[in-house]
Design a protein around this ligand. Structure first.
Ligand SMILES: *Cc1c(COP(=O)(O)O)cnc(C)c1O
Length: 300
């Protein structure tokens, strides 16, 4: 059972379709990484592919840290289940409501066997890692992520060649910036991105953590205003809903509304074809939609 799933994943993970869509009268390509696999999809599947595909004979436990509804947390729980690893995940805090009514990424990660530990003073440097433990930074911002992102870059390049697309620009919204950075490393086309967590300076710093040569960094596009990560914005919900109506594709509610707004506002060069990357994260929508419905009852 697990083995069949494993083999299926190995195949499906290394290819997702690219489709042409029209949104707000703009036509562009979309890379459907949301379709990789229901349980292991989006850019987290790409980022954790290295851990998925390689053998770690001495590793028994994965340790990570982040928010209590993180997409990375959920994907790591799937990875650990598949690899038969113990998964220890540190968070600042778990609201008692969530403990009593588990939902979304939190719920499914717990169901996958995650050991979640509340520690508001958590610091990686205070961990004394044992030989059988592996630490993965928040959001999968690790060098190993490039392994899977190189495969994504190659899929895009192959598509570009097969379809005789001369000039391509790739756009995706960033959190830690890991996905955008490694895509730029392995793509000849320009990679454009915008920050959804913090501002341009934060994103630049994140790039520098993984790559000191600024010439290899993606191009940062300004958002129309500063967004606080995870906060609810009426306009974000509305563009998300419009996206679904016009394209029949469900996007993520944390990154894509900001990403798509920024992408639409970008002046388009007629000599270029544009590709937007759908980075998955749909399980996280479960709790986001609920929060929106609760906050803006009349609007939804
Ligand atoms: C994690 C995530 C991102 C951000 O990816 P980074 O590599 O951290 O920039 C964007 N979109 C979705 C849906 C995600 O889950």
């Amino acid at each position: 059972m697990i083995l069949t799933f494993f083999l299926y994943l190995m195949n499906s993970i290394t290819n997702s379709p690219i489709e042409q869509i029209t949104f707000e009268n703009q036509s562009f390509l979309i890379k459907r990484d949301d379709l990789l696999h229901k349980d292991f999809s989006g850019n987290k599947a790409r980022k954790f592919y290295y851990y998925f595909i390689n053998d770690f004979p001495n590793i028994e436990t994965i340790i990570s840290y982040g928010s209590n509804q993180s997409n990375a947390m959920y994907s790591l729980s799937v990875l650990c289940k598949l690899k038969n690893w113990k998964f220890i995940y540190y968070v600042d805090h778990i609201p008692s409501f969530l403990k009593e009514n588990p939902q979304g990424n939190y719920r499914y990660a717990v169901e996958n066997g995650m050991n979640i530990i509340e520690d508001k003073d958590f610091e990686k440097d205070n961990l004394h890692l044992q030989k059988n433990e592996l630490f993965i930074s928040e959001g999968g911002a690790v060098k190993e992520a490039q392994f899977g992102l190189k495969i994504l870059a190659n899929e895009i390049t192959t598509f570009q060649k097969q379809n005789n697309i001369k000039n391509l620009k790739v756009f995706l919204p960033s959190g830690t910036g890991t996905t955008a950075l490694f895509l730029q490393k392995y793509l000849n086309s320009k990679v454009l991105t915008c920050p959804c967590v913090g501002d341009n300076d934060y994103l630049k710093k994140q790039f520098l953590e993984l790559e000191s040569d600024e010439k290899l960094h993606p191009t940062i596009i300004n958002t129309d205003k500063k967004y606080h990560f995870g906060k609810l914005y009426k306009e974000n919900y509305l563009i998300w809903k419009k996206l679904k109506q016009q394209t029949n594709i469900e996007f993520d509610l944390l990154y894509d509304p900001i990403g798509m707004k920024t992408f639409l506002s970008l002046p388009k060069d007629k000599n270029f074809t544009y590709l937007y990357i759908h980075q998955g994260g749909l399980i996280g929508n479960e709790t986001m939609v609920e929060r929106y419905v609760y906050k803006y009852k009349n609007l939804i």
